[in-house]
Write a protein that binds this ligand. Structure first.
Ligand code: ADP
Length: 265
């Protein structure tokens, strides 16, 4: 705990006195520290591809000037690095946008089943390429929630894409929608959305920190897969903005399950 202590002279009936005040600034200090860490992380994440780009430009201008095969290879790497920076900037913008309007509740009426089907069909080429099977299980009746269409799409995309990226060949990702019910901890009826995979799972020690910005289990693997480390942080903020809940359960060797409950009104 951090206190800010102020001492101020005051006039009292019995003569001169001092007023000593203690203010608990722990939370404010934590916010300042978080902001500092965030800026340091962003700078580092941007600097890594930038350093690579500068290195390759120098090589192209110098040693590889007359080497067309090398040039083609370096240009491909440079393209991948530039795409990485682009994804990072897009994710940073998404994050800052959802954080900025976290207090404004979404009002558009969204058919969750239709949203799921649209997202799955958009991601099926990626799944096919990775040899991952996408399965859905939707109730007969329509499930409609107040939501922001683009943000809901982003939540589904981030979670399904992660499952495809981190589970690999021969695995199955199931997206299940439950009809509205009274969920524990929520007073209003809520729809339940489950994204479950049967991949390698996540060691439970990582679960509490998984939605922190830039938290990754294996930084090298995440980078290789084109990850920015911001996907789950974005998901958490969007779910918060919808007054929903996000629960992550995982067992090593058995897969991971993300459960989202979204109030229906
Ligand atoms: P990234 O951009 O690295 O994918 P995320 O915030 O989306 O960042 O995810 C954070 C980390 O959580 C990932 O780096 C990965 O290690 C782990 N992860 C996310 N989803 C899964 C999953 N379905 N199975 C295994 N690990 C996962």
């Amino acid at each position: 705990t951090t206190f800010r202590v102020a001492v101020r002279p005051v006039e009292m009936r019995s003569g001169a006195g001092v007023l000593v005040s203690f203010e608990d600034v722990t939370h404010a200090e934590q916010l300042v520290q978080m902001r500092r860490d965030f800026v340091a992380n962003v700078s580092h994440e941007l600097k890594t591809p930038l350093t690579a780009l500068i290195g390759f430009i120098e090589t192209l201008k110098g040693p590889a000037r007359n080497d067309p095969v090398g040039q083609a290879r370096f240009l491909n790497i440079m393209e991948a690095e530039a795409h990485r920076m682009n994804r990072l900037v897009s994710d940073l913008l998404s994050l800052s946008r959802v954080e900025a309007d976290e207090r404004v509740r979404p009002t558009e009426r969204i058919d969750l089943g239709a949203s799921i089907l649209a997202t799955i069909s958009g991601l099926s080429p990626l799944a096919q390429e990775a040899d991952v099977t996408l399965v859905h299980d939707l109730p007969d009746a329509q499930v409609v929630v107040p939501a922001d269409r683009d943000q809901l799409h982003q939540v589904l995309t981030n979670l399904i894409e992660n499952a495809i990226k981190y589970c690999g060949k021969g695995t199955t990702v199931t997206v299940r929608l439950g009809a509205p019910d009274y969920a524990p901890g929520l007073r209003a009826q809520a729809a339940t959305l489950i994204i479950q995979d049967n991949g390698p799972g996540i060691d439970p020690i990582h679960l509490p920190r998984l939605t922190e910005r830039f938290y990754r289990i294996d930084t090298h693997r995440s980078r290789e897969m084109g990850g920015t480390g911001l996907g789950l942080a974005i998901v958490k903020h969007i779910v918060n903005r919808h007054r929903g809940r996000l629960k992550i359960q995982s067992e090593q060797g058995a897969g991971t399950r993300f459960t989202i409950t979204l109030p229906v009104s």
